[in-house]
Design a protein around this ligand. Sequence first.
Ligand code: GLU
Length: 417
Amino acid sequence: MADQANPFESLQEQVDDAAVAVDVSPGVLKRLKNPERVLETNLTFELDDGSLETVRAYRSQFNGDRGPYKGGIRYHPGVTRDEVKALSGWMAYKCAVVDLPYGGGKGGIAIDPADYSETELERLTRAFATEIRPLIGEDRDIPAPDVNTGQREMNWIKDTYETLENTTAPGVITGKALDSGGSEGRVEATGRSVAISAREIFDWLDRDLDGATVAVQGYGNAGSIGASLIDDLGGDVVAVSDSSGGIYDAAGVDPDAVKAHKNETGSVTGYGDTETVTNEELLTLDVDLLVPAALENAIDGDLAEAVEADVIVEAANGPLTPDADDVLGERDVWVVPDILANAGGVTVSYFEWVQNRQRFSWSESRVNEELERVITESFDGLVDAYEATDVQNLRTAAYVVAIERIVNAYDQAGSWP
Ligand code: GLU
């Protein structure tokens, strides 16, 4: 990582920046900057050799004024209490900016899943599901995938919850496999909103995405699918990276072929006849569009001075520090913030939950049409807020929209006399 900014402090700074443009009292502002509650717990589970392992896990419920808490669960050695608190806040603002009837939450387990077998991961995931069972529920808190988790883990959590509750409640979790109550289009949804956001910002700036050069940092679900869909829109993906390093080819790469190479070898590096670049070099390439799709703090204030891209679309959560935002703003680099650009994932999670509640499945084209509508309308709303206020960038405009919605819900709920 380029920088060790505390993500929770970054979130609080982002909220403060927007609060000056919204009529919010100091007491409510404090509420908007802190989670309602955080579970921090030990998970003890059995390893394949019969010994016991204990790891640290978290679930943060940030704000429930607009509906059930919603947000993923990540498995990563860098997971901390403050990281999960920040990520849960970003979920609350993300759900509000795209107007989903949800609050925000996030969970995490501080492990490297590569250190464990599948059976060990299943025992660990069921231990976590058992621990958070009193907190979650179709109308309470609805987890989903995040970094290093996917359909497999969601299916285990659903099964654990339903078994312990002696019911069927597929809407307790989203991002499930299709045959376990998942939705068409959910796997592609985050990458799809990244591509739609890229199209919309280029359009708004009167620039052509067709033929624009693109670099993508991080080649997991959001990065690889985002790259492929941007390529479909005519973008020219010239560089991509993952945690092992990056590749660059001025003539462009085929994002799907790079993905196949990564599936086969474990990394994008060594693909075809490409030049090797570091993650830092990739982030400072002279491209039209940069898509950070890895983790928080990829670009800090110092690295931002060296960024050559004209536009950044954030596929990851929190990839730019507040210092980076300031520098990029001064340098006229446009940033479509994470809480809009990667909101496709939670938006299709919402569609999955609606389908689960109705016990009625939608077609893939219906999912994608509704997603297209949500993201384009939200982008327009954000640009309107940017033009109507005095805020310094699109991120702050997004927070203005989100904070207004959350505060309205809070005010309208009234108080107990
Ligand atoms: N983990 C994803 C995010 O950060 C998706 C969350 C969800 O679907 O609830 O937005």
